[in-house]
Ligand binder design. Sequence first.
Ligand SMILES: N[C@@H](CCC[C@H](N)C(=O)O)C(=O)O
Length: 260
Amino acid sequence: MKLTFYKYQGTGNDFVMIDNRSLSFPKSNTQLVAHLCDRKFGIGADGLILLENHPEYDFKMVYYNSDGNESSMCGNGGRCLVAFAKHMGVITDKAEFEAVDGYHYATIDSDSTVALQMIDVDTIEVHNTYSFLNTGSPHHVQLENDLKTLDVKEKGAAIRYSDLYGAAGSNINFVSQLTNDSFAVRTYERGVEDETLSCGTGVTAVAIAMYETKKTNSNRVQLKVEGGDLAVSFEKNGNVYTNVFLIGPATFVFEGEIEI
Ligand SMILES: N[C@@H](CCC[C@H](N)C(=O)O)C(=O)O
């Protein structure tokens, strides 16, 4: 049987997109999802996303990491899904959809810049050398002096599998401050088990953690990741970060058919 797929990327975080509005995709086939994401034997991607119908909103997002398991929210994947939904004629310039962490609103402009509203954040653990928060996915945020030479895979895996995060693990973000309102970020992603070129929920966590720990006083933060540039804006009302938006490009790469 042939499966039609579409490949998208958001600042180098890449995804296989499948139109599953007919519900024909075998959703519990972990091996198949891992195979489709495999860079040598499959299409190759950090994750796979299903576009499904929703009774109230424009669509539903179902996200899998490249290890084949369904996971928590993917910010870049959500932005790419908005671009895919536009390509498929499901939306025009704005979207309301449901993902695993709840309701999301997004806008997309003519150059495919997507601004995606992320969940509100009301809990941030600030420790001496790192912060931990959930922006739809769990994120460890840690400042580093020399981001360029850091072995992100080795150091990220050591923290992700440490007693700190138990069986569930966490995504691990290493950060270096560039200016008052800009930061360079490299991320080790759980479920990919490697460094990815960008992580949307990760840079969202970095922006909020840097504001919370007073490294910046700006509520619009620029994030330089290995695959490009993102921005995160937010408001802080009391102890809650609200109106959190992840903003950046979402790009169609190619489409094709694969035998499954
Ligand atoms: N790349 C993503 C994060 C995807 C989820 C993560 N790997 C996890 O399982 O926690 C993003 O852009 O947010």
